[in-house]
Design a protein around this ligand. Structure first.
Ligand code: ATP
Length: 354
């Protein structure tokens, strides 16, 4: 395969149900071996897009290509079984009357028996389920069921694996562990995958590329670092991570006057001098330094074990958060010293007339 040709191309895809447009000119690309994640609030169109790629939904315009060949357009729709796609669903959809190894081998009927057994054995080993190979789905835990579903989807060696909220039925701890495990497994096999979630921590820990969707529009397709530190829109900034917006005025290139003082750094978007902006302050941008002269009042606190996230009120009345070691346990209403350390100035211009 040509190295620069994406394994999955979604090109200007539009999808409507009746007169309701659910996917609006969606475009993104996944290279072979990359893991992508569609992230966004409920109803933004994540599952619809996954179903379009899988071939369960037709599209009105645009195209979907897998390994260069068009599988969906306004005039063509290759059936799901011809797309060389594997799917893992939210409810795992395991066959209850088949044991673990039979579930994993289900789609391998065409292979000679010895080859089938080897493939199933290798996959069970990869996902760490050799010891429950003869158990039935009801005899294993939710996390194990999820791994069976993954192994079953991987068994026919699909070109592309689609996962729809694969961890949502699991408790938080298991979910976190499995997310990392699944990433390791996919990377070991070099499988290209696209996952749907509304959980940003999951997206951050599993994906090479994240697509943030709002109301059927792809607002940003980027790596996790850029999505967090350089959000393309106010909506992405508010949806991903924690933070508060404070207002500021651009004094000079790279300098903004705010209630936190004159902040200097790299602008996320070029702004004219004199421009009014909203500036995104992440909790880790505000350090707590006991004897700093700049003070803020504690309005709320959220204990996170090693850290506390304080919601603070600045003398201007504006609010921001501060991520502070939980050794510094302050009361609500207390005034604490703060030091802004904002290198990356994430600005959203409000009025660019100087
Ligand atoms: P969630 O996170 O809640 O699963 P989502 O981002 O996956 O949401 P979709 O399931 O893709 O969102 O739905 C997007 C919009 O399309 C919703 O408003 C939904 O009601 C609508 N929709 C989805 N499937 C159909 C359908 N078959 N017919 C009509 N409308 C549909």
């Amino acid at each position: 395969m040509n190295q620069s040709q994406p394994l999955l191309s979604v090109e200007q895809v539009c999808k409507s149900f009746g007169n309701r447009q659910v996917s609006k000119n969606i475009e993104f690309f996944l290279q072979k071996g990359e893991i992508g994640c569609l992230l966004g609030p409920s109803g933004c169109g994540k599952t619809t897009l996954l179903r379009v790629i899988a071939g369960f939904e037709s599209i009105q315009s645009g195209a979907v290509r897998i390994d260069g060949r068009i599988v969906s357009s306004s005039t063509t729709s290759e059936p799901p079984e011809r797309r060389a796609i594997g799917m893992v669903f939210q409810d795992y959809a395991l066959f209850p009357h088949l044991c673990v190894s039979e579930n994993v081998g289900f789609g391998l009927g065409k292979l000679p028996k010895s080859e089938r057994q080897k493939r199933v054995g290798d996959l069970l080993c990869l996902v760490g389920l050799e010891e429950v190979a003869n158990n039935y789905p009801h005899e294993i835990s939710g996390g194990q069921q999820q791994r069976v579903a993954l192994a079953r989807a991987l068994a026919p060696q699909p070109e592309l694996l689609l996962l729809d909220e694969p961890f949502s039925n699991l408790d938080a701890l298991l979910r976190e562990r499995l997310t990392v495990e699944v990433r390791d497994i996919l990377k070991e096999l070099g499988t290209t995958a696209l996952l749907v979630t509304h959980n940003q921590h999951e997206a951050f820990s599993v994906a090479d590329k994240i697509g943030v969707l709002f109301d059927g529009t792809m607002q940003q397709w980027d790596d996790a670092h850029s999505i967090y530190h350089n959000p393309a829109s106010l909506e992405v900034a508010k949806f991903v991570g924690e933070g508060s917006l404070i207002s500021g005025k651009v004094e000079a290139p790279g300098k903004i006057n705010t209630a936190l003082g004159l902040l200097e750094g790299n602008f996320s978007t070029p702004c004219l001098d004199g421009c009014s902006v909203d500036l995104l302050i992440r909790p880790e941008d505000i350090l707590h330094v006991e004897d700093e002269s700049m003070k803020a009042r504690v309005l709320k606190k959220s204990f996170r074990g090693p850290n506390i996230v304080y919601l603070l009120q600045l003398p201007s009345g504006e609010r921001c958060q501060a991520l502070v070691s939980s050794h510094h346990n302050h009361r609500i209403g207390e005034e604490i010293g703060i030091l802004p350390e904002v290198d990356n100035l994430i600005v959203f211009p409000k009025d660019c007339q100087p």
